[in-house]
Design a protein around this ligand. Structure first.
Ligand code: SER
Length: 604
C-alpha cells in the first residue's frame, strides 16, 4: 500500500469513531524547553493529557512529523530512521483499553489487511504497585490473539513516557504502561541481517530485525510526583503512536522501510548520481539509507525554519548533513558536494501534499544544502590539515574532530589508517559516552525547570515571553515575529526576525514597556475561539505551525483592547503584577536575519 493511502485510511478510520483531526505541529516545539525536537505525536498535547480541556474535544487524531536524534547512529539498518511520521490517536480522559485495542486490531487487520497470523502483541508485566496488565491480555485474547503470540515485558519495553522508565521520569511527567503490536517478517530474515538471535532465542521485542513494532497504545494514566511515586492522573488517557513508514512496510511485507514509496524516488536519484544500485552491496546500501534518512530529516527541519548552526537544533541539522556527505564517499560521490541539494526535489514530490511547506521552500532549502556542503568541504580541508600536524591521535582528539569539524568516526579512522597512525575506537566511544552523559545531565536540568513541571518560575517567564514579543512589535518594528523560543526556570530565550542588532536605546525601551505592563497588573485570560477569528484580531501565531479550526488564545489585558494575544496552550499567570522586574540580559545574532534575546525576571 502507498504511504498516502495508509495515512488517509488511518485518519478516516478514527474520524469515523468520533475523532477530530488536528494538524501536525512543527518539528521544533515552541515554548517547550524539555526537548529540541517534536519526537512524538503526544508531545504538543501534554497540557491536555494532564487535564486541560482541548478546544477540539476528547478524541483527537493526526499524523505528526517527528524526529528522534537518539536514533542517529542506528540508521543504516532496515528500519531505523531519525525523521518519521507518527500516526496518532488520543483519548483525553474518554475511551480506554477496551475500545483502543480492538480498534487498532481492526485497523491493522481490516483496513491494512495485515494477516492476523503475522501479528504479535506485548503487554506490561507490572512493577512495584502497578499490576500486570491483565485487562489488555483479556482484550487481546477476545480478539483471538493466541497465548503464544502474547508477550510480557517490564518497564524497559512496555512502559512509555518521554523520559522512559518510571525512575527516569521527572516530577510532573505523565506516562503509563503500553501494549504494542509487532509484525513478523519471518524467520528467514536471519540470513540477511546481522542478527544477534542466530544464537539466542528470538522474541518480538529483541530488536533483531525479524519483528517490527508497528503500533503502540500507551495507557497514560500516571504522573510522577515530587516524592518519586507515581500517582493516578485525574483522567485516564490513551496515547497511540504508530510509525507510518513501518505500517507501509508491513502492508508490503517488506522488512526494509527504505523500499517503500516514501524513499524509492530518492534512492533512484542516488542510483543515477552514483551509478550504484540499492540492495546490491551491503555497505553501499547502508550508505544510501543513511543519506536518504539524513537528508529527508534535514529538509523537513529546514522546511520548519531550522538553519544549520553550531547550537541546539541547528547543530543537529549540520551533523545530519555532514554525515550524509560523508557517506556519499562510500558511493563515490566524494567531489560532488552539491549532490545532496538534488535530493530536495524527490522529497518535495513525496511530501508536497501532506506538508506543502516542503514545496514552497524547496528552492531556499536547496541553496542552504549546497552552501552547507561547500562549508563542509572547507571544514574538511582544515580538519585534514589539523590531523597531519598531530604526532599522535587519541580518542579524545578524534572526538574533538567530530565535535569541531563534524568528522564522523569512520572518517577519522579512514584518514588515520592511511597515515599509518594508530587509533582505538573504544577510546573514541568512551569520549562519546562521557559527552552523552553530560548532555543527559544538562537535558535533565532543562527538563526540571521546563514547562512540563509547570513550575511557578517557568510559568511567569512564559507570560513575560508574551509581553516581550508584543513590546518588540510596539517599540522596534511591527513586523517582528517569533522564530523560536526556549524557557527554563531561570530565563527565557526568544528568537525573532530582525535584520540588525538592537540599539541600547531600543533594548531599554522594550524593558520599560514590559515593566510598565507588569505594573498595570493586566489580566491574563485563555479564550477558545475559531482560528479564523483569532487570525482576524491579529493574534500571534507560531512560525510554521498549522492550527486546527478551534484554538486557544491567551490575552494579556482586556479582549477588546489587548496588549498581547497569542495562539498558545499555556500555562500562564493570572495577572501580570506578580512577574517582578523584567530585564534583558543579552541580545545577539542567532543566524542570518534572526536575533536572539535572553531575559530574566528579578524580584521587584
Ligand atoms: N507516545 C507513544 C510513542 O511515541 C505513543 O504515541 O510511541
Amino acid at each position: 500500500m502507498k504511504s498516502a493511502e495508509v495515512r488517509r485510511k488511518y485518519i478516516e478510520f478514527f474520524k469515523k469513531r468520533g475523532h477530530v483531526e488536528i494538524p501536525s505541529a512543527p518539528l521544533v516545539p515552541e515554548n517547550d524547553p524539555t526537548t529540541l525536537f517534536t519526537s512524538s505525536g503526544m508531545q504538543p498535547l501534554i497540557p491536555y493529557l494532564l487535564g486541560q480541556p482541548h478546544p477540539l474535544g476528547k478524541r483527537l487524531v493526526n499524523s505528526q512529523k517527528s524526529f528522534r536524534s537518539q536514533d542517529i547512529e542506528e540508521v543504516g539498518n532496515n528500519r531505523h530512521t531519525t525523521f518519521f511520521e507518527m500516526l496518532g490517536n488520543w483519548s483525553l480522559g474518554d475511551y480506554f483499553k477496551k475500545e483502543q485495542l480492538p480498534w487498532i486490531f481492526e485497523f491493522l487487520t481490516k483496513e491494512l489487511e495485515l494477516p492476523k497470523g503475522k501479528l504479535y502483541v506485548s503487554v506490561f508485566e507490572g512493577t512495584g504497585d502497578i499490576p500486570r496488565d491483565e485487562e489488555s491480555v483479556r482484550i487481546w485474547k477476545n480478539l483471538d490473539v493466541p497465548d503464544e503470540r502474547i508477550f510480557f515485558y517490564g518497564v524497559n519495553k512496555n512502559w512509555w513516557s518521554r523520559s522512559g522508565e518510571p525512575e527516569h521520569m521527572p516530577p510532573g511527567e505523565p506516562g503509563g504502561p503500553d501494549s504494542e503490536v509487532f509484525y513478523d517478517f519471518g524467520e528467514e530474515l536471519k540470513l540477511h541481517e546481522k542478527s544477534p538471535w542466530k544464537n539466542e532465542k528470538c522474541h518480538p521485542n529483541c530488536d533483531c530485525g525479524r519483528f517490527m513494532e508497528i503500533a503502540n497504545s500507551v495507557f497514560m494514566q500516571y504522573q510522577k510526583q515530587a516524592d518519586g511515586t507515581l500517582k493516578e492522573l485525574t483522567q485516564k488517557n490513551v496515547d497511540f503512536g504508530g510509525g507510518l513508514e513501518r505500517m507501509v512496510a508491513a502492508t508490503e511485507d517488506t522488512s526494509d522501510v527504505f523500499t517503500t514509496d516514501l524513499f524509492t524516488s530518492m534512492y533512484r536519484y542516488i542510483e543515477v548520481l552514483s551509478g550504484k544500485r540499492y540492495g546490491e552491496n551491503q555497505e553501499e546500501t547502508r550508505a544510501m539509507r543513511i543519506i536518504m534518512d539524513h537528508i529527508r530529516a534535514a529538509v523537513m527541519m529546514m522546511a520548519d525554519g531550522v538553519l544549520p548552526s553550531n547550537k541546539m537544533q541547528g547543530y543537529v541539522l549540520r551533523r545530519l548533513i555532514r554525515r550524509a556527505l560523508f557517506y556519499g564517499r562510500t558511493l563515490g560521490l566524494l567531489k560532488d558536494w552539491n549532490y545532496i541539494g538534488q535530493l530536495v526535489e524527490p522529497i518535495a514530490q513525496i511530501y508536497g501534499n501532506a506538508y506543502p511547506e516542503v514545496v514552497t521552500k524547496a528552492g531556499e532549502i536547496t541553496l542552504l544544502l549546497d552552501e552547507e556542503a561547500m562549508r563542509f568541504g572547507r571544514s574538511l580541508d582544515k580538519g585534514l590539515a589539523e590531523i597531519e600536524k598531530l604526532p599522535k591521535l587519541d580518542g579524545k582528539i578524534a572526538f574533538q574532530l567530530y565535535e569541531t569539524y563534524g568528522f564522523p568516526w569512520e572518517m577519522t579512522e579512514e584518514i588515520v589508517r592511511r597515515n599509518g597512525q594508530q587509533i582505538n575506537r573504544a577510546q573514541f566511544e568512551a569520549e562519546f559516552e562521557k559527552h552523552k552523559a553530560v548532555s543527559r545531565t544538562a537535558a535533565a536540568g532543562m527538563f526540571k525547570g521546563g514547562l512540563a513541571d509547570y513550575s511557578e518560575e517557568t510559568t511567569k517567564l512564559h507570560t513575560a515571553h508574551h509581553l516581550l514579543l508584543a513590546s518588540l512589535q510596539k517599540v522596534v518594528d511591527p513586523n517582528i515575529k517569533q522564530r523560536g523560543s526556549n524557557i527554563t526556570a531561570e530565563r527565557l530565550r526568544m528568537d525573532f526576525n530582525f535584520a540588525r542588532k538592537l540599539s541600547d536605546e531600543e533594548i531599554k525601551k522594550v524593558e520599560v514597556l514590559v515593566n510598565q505592563t507588569i505594573k498595570e497588573n493586566l489580566s491574563v485570560t485563555r479564550v477558545e475561539m475559531d482560528c479564523t477569528d483569532a487570525e482576524k484580531i491579529g493574534a500571534q501565531m507560531e512560525f510554521g505551525h498549522k492550527y486546527p479550526d478551534r484554538v486557544s488564545i491567551y490575552f494579556v489585558g482586556p479582549q477588546d483592547k489587548f496588549f498581547s494575544a497569542e495562539f498558545c496552550g499555556g500555562p500562564h499567570v493570572e495577572h501580570t503584577g506578580i512577574l517582578g522586574h523584567f530585564k534583558i540580559i543579552k541580545e545577539e545574532s542567532a543566524g542570518m536575519g534572526i536575533r536572539r534575546i535572553y531575559a530574566i525576571l528579578e524580584v521587584a
